[in-house]
Design a protein. Structure first.
Length: 465
């Protein structure tokens, strides 16, 4: 469907002429996220500001069968915001208000274009805690977190985005407006449309308001950086810590390359690492009683001393803690700056992490690629960055996809799956038959068909071609 001058005029009448863009520079800017080097510009970029404006745009798109792709902070890693069929790129950046903070009920109502870090900081200033903390939280939108069911470092103790969403205002592909649930902590009234929308990657509806539950903020934390001489032992230690009766608020795994490359990439962050160290665990415990936290930290040290480790670093100041978290959160960007890469988002039951890591390395040797692994080890979520380095273009194009298939088959055999928090989007959709049967995929497609009978909302995502 060609977007005619007449249609452009209708969109301008809805949102204002200054918020409709057809120039090449803007279209290209909204045609990418952080997924490798892909760029699929929409035919037009529209920036609405209200639910009613989104509804009116969708009514026109539905009538004329124009593809619409919701676009957030463009920090995604699965190509979910790419306009692969052109059409309308619907930027949600003007939906940038926190609408209500309900301190009595520990809830917040927000628009989807609020940056996650801004939301967290605003709530923290009032003693309220929204735990979900993806690495890109300084630039990603809370609406994008809803679309991808984002996790982050503290998911191990506090859960992921879906665990905090109570209710959503959603514009359907035909322009109708619904609320999916209720602002209550319990709800067994009909099908759970709220949870269906979370993680649906912008394929079922466009979220325009979000109601989240909150927690009281913890006042104290203890942070440890533990160097391991064997990466597999670092993975083994993860499960051992839980079996000792401790639930850390974060438990992050970083291979040696991940830390080395990140220290070269990030200024002002330095960690002394001895020769032979293969990996680190970054472990945090939090709460309100420092003496209890120190007891837990000492118990953790007692567990990890059973492995081949070097001296444990206790972060003894806020500055040092911030530096270590800055190091961890910058790993993805550092790897990306170092080489052409592909990032996979595997997740397994955490006891299987050593087997997964060993298998990934063996598969890399088989197909001739090097991988840099890091991630949220506490919940079994391992990010696998396959780096091109000296590989030929032919090997990169032919051998790496074969290796990825084997990594995903290994992940499935360990009772895991092919994405823990990045989503499927555009780049992972062809791998879906590895983890789902044809019956399961057809059920999902049936849900998509019911919500979006003309297949205009974020088409070409999630399902294999």
């Amino acid at each position: 469907m060609t977007i005619t001058t007449e249609l452009i005029k209708k969109f301008e009448d809805i949102v204002g002429q200054t918020f409709v863009f057809t120039d090449d520079e803007t279209r290209k800017n909204y045609g990418h996220d952080e997924t490798e080097d892909y760029n699929f510009p929409p035919n037009v970029v529209i920036k609405p500001k209200s639910t009613q404006e989104v509804s009116e745009i969708m009514k026109i798109a539905f009538q004329n069968e124009i593809p619409v792709v919701p676009i957030g902070g463009r920090t995604g890693l699965s190509g979910g915001a790419l306009s692969i069929h052109g059409g309308i790129g619907l930027s949600m950046e003007r939906f940038n208000k926190i609408l209500e903070i309900d301190e009595k009920n520990y809830q917040v109502t927000t628009e989807p274009g609020v940056i996650t870090q801004v939301l967290k900081d605003t709530l923290a200033a009032q003693g309220l805690f929204y735990p979900v903390d993806p690495s890109s939280m300084g630039s990603c939108f809370i609406g994008g977190n809803i679309a991808e069911n984002s996790g982050g470092a503290r998911a191990v103790k506090y859960g992921v985005t879906k665990d905090y969403v109570l209710n959503l205002e959603v514009v359907l592909p035909n322009g109708e407006i619904i609320w999916t649930g209720a602002n209550t902590l319990k709800n067994s009234t009909g099908y759970n449309l709220t949870q269906l929308m979370v993680g649906s990657e912008g394929t079922l509806g466009i979220v325009t308001k979000i109601v989240l539950k909150l927690l009281p903020i913890n006042q104290h934390n203890v942070l440890l950086l533990v160097p391991f001489y064997k990466a597999a032992q670092a993975c083994e230690a993860v499960s051992a810590i839980f079996r000792a009766g401790i639930v850390p608020s974060a438990l992050e795994f970083m291979e040696r390359d991940a830390i080395d490359w990140t220290m070269q990439y990030v200024e002002g962050v330095s960690v002394a690492i001895k020769d032979g160290i293969e990996a680190h665990l970054l472990i945090e415990v939090d709460g309100n009683y420092p003496e209890v936290l120190m007891q837990e930290a000492e118990k953790i040290v007692g567990v990890i001393e059973n492995y081949e480790i070097d001296e444990v670093l206790f972060a003894d100041s806020t500055e040092q803690k911030n530096a270590l978290w800055k190091l961890r959160r910058a790993v993805g960007e550092a790897v990306k700056s170092n080489s052409v890469y592909k990032e996979e988002d595997t997740v397994v039951p955490r006891y299987e992490l050593p087997t997964l890591l060993k298998g990934i390395k063996e598969i890399g040797k088989k197909y001739g690629f090097h991988s840099v692994c890091y991630g949220h080890a506490g919940d079994g979520n391992l990010h696998v960055n396959i780096v091109k380095q000296e590989m030929t273009d032919e090997a990169w194009q032919k051998e790496v996809p074969r290796g990825i298939v084997e990594i995903f088959e290994l992940t499935k055999s360990l009772k895991g799956t092919i994405s823990g928090e990045h989503g499927i989007g555009y780049v992972q959709k062809e791998f879906m038959p590895i983890v789902f049967s044809s019956v399961e995929l057809e059920l999902m497609k049936g849900i998509k068909q019911l919500f979006d009978p003309k297949n205009i909302l974020n088409p070409g995502k999630i399902f294999p071609s």
